[in-house]
Write a protein that binds this ligand. Structure first.
Ligand code: AMP
Length: 217
């Protein structure tokens, strides 16, 4: 499948993407994960991106488009891809449209996962992530806590609260989402590509996306 997952930070895009990749071998492409990897590795991209990310601001469109042009043409995208956290602005969506046309790829649909703000705030402030960059398993201290000593159940590394998951940074990220990314809902609705989903569980969201793709075929 070739889809875009839209939704505020904490709407569950990453979890849904992981479930979907297991279905048909599509790859999850998370610009947030790519950028965090670059920050950790101390690359030029990471150094440029870090300040924006820690403040909860968006990284400039030009940096993101450079990453995506390359990533979408890698071999593992041939079976399909799930875009998680990209596009985040109208200029990114326009540039993606041009890029997909150039490489002759058509999207199946754009899924907008809709979750109320109070649910998101609670979800993100209680989220913990494995600090091992090749694992990055996600936990929730209320519903799915890590092992004793806040260790990852999969690889045993310490779990951490991301710098951009403090209450201040999350409020900022939600404001940025409403201002810069939410307009993409109307943008893709006008193109007839949008599927709005307000299922509470990740499995429900996955089913809605599968049904949405089947209806388009
Ligand atoms: P995420 O994990 O998707 O919430 O992304 C974490 C942070 O990475 C965001 O708050 C932004 O600073 C940055 N980021 C991720 N994807 C993008 C994007 N498509 N455009 C601009 N900044 C992004």
């Amino acid at each position: 499948m070739r889809i875009i997952l839209l939704g505020a930070p904490g709407a569950g895009k990453g979890t849904v993407a992981k479930l979907l990749t297991a279905l048909d071998g599509s790859v999850q492409i998370s610009t947030g994960d790519i950028l965090r990897g670059a920050v950790k590795a101390g690359t030029a991209l990471g150094k440029e991106a870090q300040g924006f990310m820690d403040r909860g601001d968006l990284v400039p469109d030009s940096l993101i488009m450079g990453i995506m042009e390359q990533r979408l043409q890698e071999k593992d995208c041939q079976k399909g891809f799930l875009l998680d956290g990209f596009p985040r602005t109208i200029p990114q969506a326009d540039a993606l449209g041009v890029l997909l046309q150039k490489i002759n790829i058509k999207l199946d649909l754009v899924a907008s996962i809709e979750v109320p703000r109070d649910v998101i705030l609670d979800r993100l402030t209680t989220r913990r992530t494995c600090s091992n960059s090749s694992c990055q398993e996600i936990y929730n201290i209320k519903s799915n806590p890590p092992a004793a000593g806040d260790k990852c159940k999969k690889c045993g590394s310490p779990t951490i609260q991301r710098a951009d998951e403090t209450v201040e940074a999350i409020s900022k990220r939600l404001d940025v989402y409403n201002e810069k990314t939410a307009p993409l809902i109307g943008y893709y609705e006008k193109k007839g590509m949008l599927l709005k989903i307000s299922e509470a569980s990740s499995d429900g969201v996955v089913k809605a996306i599968q049904n949405g793709i089947a209806r388009k075929k």
